[in-house]
Design a protein. Structure first.
Length: 329
């Protein structure tokens, strides 16, 4: 049976794009900065912190894009990493033909993403996280989609499945594969920035990212306001890959943190989500309905565990949300 999703083996080397020799090495400003000019039509925004294990493959996949490098710029915002993330990035960026800049911040993702928006000279921003890998045609497909759909404010790429992932990571990947498998306009209230292309006009019209949001939800808050400005959201044909949590404890901690952070987010935007759908009894019923679709997409028996996997995450989320609610009283 043929799998109906894209796969990527993280152990294999990425195909390399031929690089013309750069005429000059990037100069130094604070951390590292290449020359920037206003002719760039595409900005890649990479917000990263303590990602030494994955950021090398991420930046390599950006450098290897077949989109014209002369109309690209790369803006990296580092959240004061304490590992080798910066040194790895500098090794790659020292002699490339993409205009680039590394900035630093320590105020959270709202501030980091707004730093990219403030510095972007492109018509679009493609958001990349430090644990993602982009196929060679990802940016080109994203830009082509946005150019063909001027009413779209955000285009979300589709998730691919990483070969070799363990059970925890594979289930999480399948969950996201289900969420964004159908191309075209989506009514989803939560896209996340990973693998998204933003129309710069749209995010600036909406007032940018809220720099007061220190934890989770800066993306959902921005999406809510962009949608309110009348822009459409779509799932595009472009595919990307993201490394997922590989232990049940790390997955629990992630969703507990999400739940804790959502309390302040919902105080700002009460209509952002239907909380009843996140309650464990309802969540498990909804997830059972998705199992047949998951099997048709993957032909993997592990999809039978998706309801338990989803409820596990939502219990963590609910407990984090409850703790935050009690702490705010």
């Amino acid at each position: 049976m043929t799998k109906k999703y894209a796969t990527f083996d993280p152990k294999k080397l990425l195909p390399k794009r031929e690089q013309p020799e750069s005429k000059s090495k990037a100069g130094t400003e604070r951390l590292l900065e290449g020359s920037m000019d206003s002719s760039a039509r595409l900005t890649v925004g990479l917000c990263v912190k303590n990602a030494e294990e994955t950021v090398g493959k991420t930046i390599e996949s950006v450098i290897n894009q077949d989109f014209p490098h002369e109309i690209m710029e790369l803006i990296i915002v580092d959240g004061c990493s304490e590992d080798r993330t910066l040194s790895i990035l500098m090794d790659y960026l020292g002699n490339i033909n993409i205009k680039n800049k590394i900035l630093s911040e320590n105020e959270g993702l709202g501030s980091a993403r707004q730093t990219v928006v403030d510095n972007a000279t492109g018509t679009y921003i493609v958001w990349v996280d430090g644990d993602m890998v982009l196929p060679i045609d990802f940016i080109r497909k994203q830009v082509e989609f946005m150019e063909s759909n001027p009413s779209v404010g955000i285009g979300k790429g589709k998730y691919g499945i990483r070969d070799g992932d363990n059970l925890v990571a594979a289930l999480e990947n399948i969950e996201f594969l289900l969420n964004f498998n159908c191309e075209g306009e989506t009514k989803s209230k939560s896209l996340g920035t990973s693998g998204c292309i933003y129309r710069v006009e749209a995010i600036r019209q909406a007032g940018g990212f809220d720099e007061n949001i220190k934890g989770v939800g800066e993306d959902m808050d921005a999406e809510y306001r962009i949608k309110d400005c009348g822009w459409k959201f779509c799932v595009t044909p472009a595919v990307f890959y993201e490394k997922r949590r590989e232990t049940w404890k790390s997955l629990w901690d992630e969703y507990f943190w999400h739940g804790y952070g959502w309390r302040s987010l919902l105080r700002k935007n009460k209509g952002m989500v239907n909380l009843y759908k996140l309650m464990p009894p309802i969540a498990i019923a909804l997830e059972f309905l998705r199992v047949p679709d998951a099997y048709r997409l993957t032909y993997r028996k592990i999809v039978l565990l998706l309801p338990l996997h989803y409820v596990f995450k939502r219990i963590a989320w609910f407990l984090g949300f409850t703790k935050s609610s009690l702490a705010s009283r």
